[in-house]
Ligand binder design. Structure first.
Ligand SMILES: [Zn+2]
Length: 156
């Protein structure tokens, strides 16, 4: 019994390994295919008297895409509980609640949230938030005191 359990575990391990090899093989095949397709395209372009397409350009575009995605992620993270993103037909873009400002795209928005004006407005709104929390705490403390010493009148 124990032997068969061990045996199946080993089989899974090999299976995993085979899948990994298969995935890598597929990736390589895809790359080779893309390279061959590019050769075909460039042969065709040469016939038409056009300059060839360079594969390098495609590779350069990819990191830019990744960076863009990351910037958008930052924007979304910054939005949590503070800033609303609105898409309105009248004023499309990113709306900053703290500044009551609309930025036309994510790049502008990113500039905006790193800007001095925004930081100042965020500071002010954080101060207000803090003050309201403190006032609630004060009130709770006051109520607690009242409960602990009910004989002492507040308006005596
Ligand atoms: Zn702002």
């Amino acid at each position: 019994m124990a032997g068969s359990a061990y045996g199946s575990g080993k089989a899974q391990d090999t299976d995993f390994r085979r899948k990994w090899d298969k995935a890598e093989y597929a990736a390589r095949a895809k790359e080779r295919e893309a390279r061959e397709r590019l050769l075909d395209i460039n042969a065709e372009r040469k016939r038409q008297g056009l300059p060839p397409i360079h594969r390098k350009k495609e590779e350069e575009d990819e990191p830019k895409q990744a960076l863009k995605a990351r910037e958008e992620k930052i924007v979304l993270d910054a939005n949590v509980g503070k800033i609303q993103v609105v898409q309105s037909a009248r004023q499309p873009g990113f709306y900053c609640k703290a500044c009551d400002t609309v930025c036309k795209d994510s790049a502008n928005y990113l500039d905006h949230i790193n800007g001095r004006k925004h930081q100042m407005n965020m500071g002010v709104s954080m101060k207000i938030e803090r003050a309201s929390v403190d006032s609630v705490k004060d009130r709770l403390a006051m109520l607690k005191r009242k409960k602990e010493a009910p004989e002492k009148t507040e308006y005596g």
